[in-house]
Design a binder for this molecule. Structure first.
Ligand SMILES: [Ca+2]
Ligand SMILES: [Ca+2]
Ligand SMILES: [Ca+2]
Ligand SMILES: [Ca+2]
Length: 474
């Protein structure tokens, strides 16, 4: 009897310890909250300097908005996050956001080890290289400077970037407070202008259906991207499957960390995490794209939970393609890039091929589904969709331009209806060979020095979509 009682007490004690461990796995401290301007900034619940960061401590149901591109938050868990070999799918921590099935607002995540042991995040950040890290559209060290419109109510905020572009974070009628972080709440932010630097992902806002503005989900490795699953939140999603498993949310593996040169680094544990909005985009009535966080959890080791660990990632295709298109394809194993993985393609249309350089060429038109799979394991595959279209209407082309002889042995003549046009010749790799400017009436195109094969002519005239014509050199 007595023994049983002691046993009971012991069990209760063990249970209490377990509950405490579970609590200890949430965020415990926020070091910095420096948002970019945005519709939710300067107001509760999403953009209050005090309440919003506190809301993601010890919980996964908080509310923190990082504003437009470059806005960030830095936090830690109670203990260092281990890159434990028994963590499910290699995932070491999970960040939760408020994404929707067709609406992602990706944030880049970086990690830091407290190398100097002073308890502060003043050491080296390593970006976790997600699925889009290697896309040619991803810009590293992108900088946006935001200018304070000095207004006491919602006013467009001007920005300029380090590539010479500028634009506005637009004010809307739903959020009426100023969008530029205000002095009394954010004393660290210069009240004239401030610059935020980070990795920028392609703007993929899709306004085709204005009632359902979309931003397609990234494959893996970004915050505010995957839907939430169910408790216990210490068992993560498998980031290499599209489906949502276990806790859902965005799963991160410390092994994805890269240095400033993009080389993978091996970290046994990390102390600090930074999440930063990675897109600079305006999405109509739904405002600017801004990463939101509701909390984060440190994953528990569990060698029994395993799953697939390979994934093929293809950069988002345009909705329609009318000229040979260079696809960007990356294979990852446990989230690290595999340089020499062999892939194979299948197409739902005949007359469509993807060559060993991932160049898509076609002689059939219409909606197409392309399937890319691993040669070593065809069960690892990804499907992408686009519409293959003939370049502008052929009739239109024939009214405006004549090209002869085609096929040619080397020299062709292009005649136009006295329009001033810029004419470029491309090879089948999509490389521009040369351009002739201000072509009118009649122009000779000399391909004598080029090898036999197919070429594309691109004709650009002001105010009209460019037209393309295939040339065969015999
Ligand atoms: Ca790991
Ligand atoms: Ca430190
Ligand atoms: Ca998954
Ligand atoms: Ca969001």
């Amino acid at each position: 009897m007595k023994k049983q009682k002691i046993k009971k007490i012991l069990i209760i004690l063990v249970l209490c310890c377990c509950i405490q461990t579970v609590n200890a796995q949430y965020i415990t401290e926020i070091f910095e909250y420096t948002p970019a301007p945005g519709q939710f900034i300067n107001a509760a619940p999403w953009g209050s300097q005090i309440l919003s960061p506190q809301s993601i401590v010890g919980s996964v149901t908080g509310s923190l908005s990082l504003g437009a591109f470059g806005g960030y938050v830095v936090f830690k868990f109670a203990n260092p996050v281990e890159n434990h070999p028994d963590n499910p799918f290699g995932v070491d921590f999970t960040i939760f956001g408020n994404s929707l099935p067709t609406w992602s607002e990706p944030g880049v995540v970086s990690v830091m080890k407290d190398d100097n042991g002073n308890g502060f995040p003043d050491d080296v950040w390593y970006e976790l290289a997600g699925s889009d890290y290697f896309f040619s559209s991803t810009i590293k060290n992108y900088q946006t400077t935001y200018y304070n419109p000095n207004s006491s109510s919602a006013t467009d905020v001007l920005w300029s970037d380090n590539l010479g572009n500028s634009g506005y974070i637009f004010a809307n009628t739903n959020q009426t407070q100023p969008y530029f972080p205000m002095a009394d709440s954010f004393p660290q932010i210069n009240q004239t202008q401030y610059t935020l630097t980070g990795t920028r992902l392609e703007n993929l806002v899709d306004k085709t259906d204005p009632t359902m503005i979309a931003f397609p989900r990234r494959s893996f490795g970004y915050a505010d991207n995957q839907l939430r699953g169910s408790a216990p939140y210490t068992i993560p999603d498998n980031p290499y499957t599209r489906e949502k498993e276990n806790s859902g949310g965005d799963a991160f593996d410390i092994s994805w960390a890269v240095d400033a040169n993009g080389n993978y680094v091996d970290l046994e544990s990390i102390d600090f995490v930074k999440v930063q909005t990675a897109v600079l985009a305006e999405a109509g009535w739904s405002g600017e794209v801004s990463t939101e966080i509701t909390g984060a959890v440190d994953v528990e080791p569990n060698a029994a939970i395993t799953g697939i660990s390979d994934i093929i990632v293809i950069r988002d295709l345009p909705k329609s393609i009318s000229v040979p298109f260079s696809m960007e394809v990356f294979v990852f194993h446990q989230g690290r890039l595999q340089q020499n993985a062999e892939i194979q393609w299948e197409s739902s249309l005949n007359g469509v091929t993807v060559d060993e350089n991932n160049l898509l060429t076609f002689s059939d038109f219409g909606a197409v589904e392309l399937t890319c799979s691993l040669v070593s394991n065809p069960e690892i595959f990804v499907k992408v969709h686009t519409v293959l279209s003939e370049n502008s209407a052929t009739e239109e082309w024939e009214k405006r331009f004549q090209l002869f002889p085609n096929p040619t042995r080397g020299v062709l003549t292009l005649t136009t209806e006295s329009e001033k046009a810029n004419v470029s010749v491309y090879n089948m790799l999509g490389q521009r060979l040369f351009t002739m400017e201000n072509v009118s009436q009649q122009q000779t195109i000399d391909l004598s020095d080029q090898p036999h094969g197919s070429y594309f002519l691109k004709i650009e005239t002001q105010g009209v979509a460019p037209v393309f014509k295939k040339i065969i050199k015999q």
